[in-house]
Design a protein around this ligand. Structure first.
Ligand code: SF4
Length: 365
């Protein structure tokens, strides 16, 4: 019997410009690379359907910026497979270049959720992040999405920026809430290896302030909970019933299929990453048997358990205490410190505990 997979990720590796902090597989839009990508994606989709029983229920199109494609290429992308049959289909977009015509194309194809990379509202924050949009563009992209009838709206935000204290960050959260999103993702700025941001830090031009970041993290939890959102994961906040099903399925350890350059899949105890280069991806997907896989590995019980603890501690579902047997003393200590709590046979981290989720995971693995 073929392994069944219901959670899909499609990586669209193109952006109109490249942000200095980003380490996702992406390249500037241009040339024939988009056509290469679509050819490769078609071939990979055909391969995946032969290998697995693929029932698309929870789909995320990320990148890159899927909506940066021209209208005709975007239409091709939306029609490659029966994505529209999914219960949840999220497409990531940037505010610049996203208006009523692209919103309508997505809605007509069956997209149910738009995830908009707002990141910030203040001009100085957007400039530092290298973003080209402004507050008015964010507002008009949100309106276009709502008007087209896309059911859910998520806004991505980034905190921990230069001179961003609690007052500035709260102003950003207020601006975001005023747009009435169903979901917010708030990520701390993270220097990833090989990015321009990391080079800036190495040159001594800026450095992250971990104390300020911790303060802003706790402020985010308090502020958004007071505004009707549940912190269902360290960086993700949803109104009741509007959690991202794709994310939840990945965090709970379900198998997922990643299509596109650099996409990761985990199916039936195996994990692999597609080659990142778009042309190589397209060539290898077409000549088969599948796109060239890098870092292919077997995920055994130990790896799965480790991952379950790492991911589970980040969520408000926490972990079954059974999964943490042998760590009784450590759990009691975490509860005493106010970092964790026990509820109906599960162990969860408090907001203060989530600040140290990775360190706690190391203690429990
Ligand atoms: S728009 Fe998004 S994916 Fe593209 S470079 Fe910026 S952060 Fe990365």
């Amino acid at each position: 019997m073929k392994p069944r997979v219901e959670t899909l990720y499609v990586h669209v590796p193109f952006c109109t410009h490249l942000c200095p902090y980003c380490d996702f597989p992406k390249e500037r839009l241009g040339g024939n690379r988009m056509r290469d990508f679509l050819r490769g994606l078609r071939a990979e989709w055909a391969w995946a359907r032969q290998e697995f029983e693929v029932i698309p229920r929870r789909i995320l199109f990320g990148g890159g910026t899927p909506t940066a494609l021209s209208p005709s290429l975007l239409q091709e992308l939306l029609e490659i497979a029966p994505w529209g049959e999914a219960d949840e289909w999220t497409v990531e977009a940037n505010p610049d270049g996203f208006g009523s015509s692209k919103a309508s194309m997505l809605a007509e194809a069956g997209v149910t959720r738009l995830s908009l990379g707002a990141q910030a509202f203040l001009p100085k924050d957007l400039a530092w992040l290298g973003r080209r949009h402004d507050r008015a563009t964010i507002v008009s992209a949100c309106k276009a999405s709502r008007k087209a009838g896309i059911r859910d709206l998520n806004l991505d935000l980034i905190y921990g920026l230069p001179d961003q204290g609690p007052a500035e960050w709260q102003a950003t959260l207020e601006e975001a809430c005023a747009l009435e999103p169903d979901h917010l993702s708030a990520y701390v700025i993270t220097p990833e290896a090989g990015t321009e941001l990391t080079a800036m830090i190495q040159r001594g031009e800026w450095h992250p302030d971990s104390e300020n970041e911790a303060m802003l993290f706790l402020l985010t939890q308090r502020f958004l909970e007071a505004h009707g959102f549940t912190a269902y994961e360290i960086s993700n906040f949803a109104r009741p019933g509007r959690e991202c099903r794709h994310h939840k399925s990945v965090w709970s350890g379900e198998d997922y299929l990643g299509l596109g350059p650099g996409a990761v899949s985990t199916i039936a105890g195996r994990r692999w990453r597609n080659v990142r280069d778009t042309s190589q991806y397209a060539r290898s997907a077409e000549t088969g048997p599948h796109p060239y896989h890098e870092d292919e590995e077997v995920c055994g019980d130990v790896e799965r358990r480790t991952e379950r603890i790492l991911l589970g501690l980040r969520t408000n579902a926490g972990l079954e205490e059974e999964a943490l047997s042998g760590h009784e003393e450590c759990l009691s200590e975490l509860v005493q410190k106010g970092w964790g709590r026990r509820l109906d046979g599960r162990f969860l981290l408090t907001a203060r505990g989530r600040l140290r989720a990775d360190a706690v995971a190391v203690m429990l693995i």
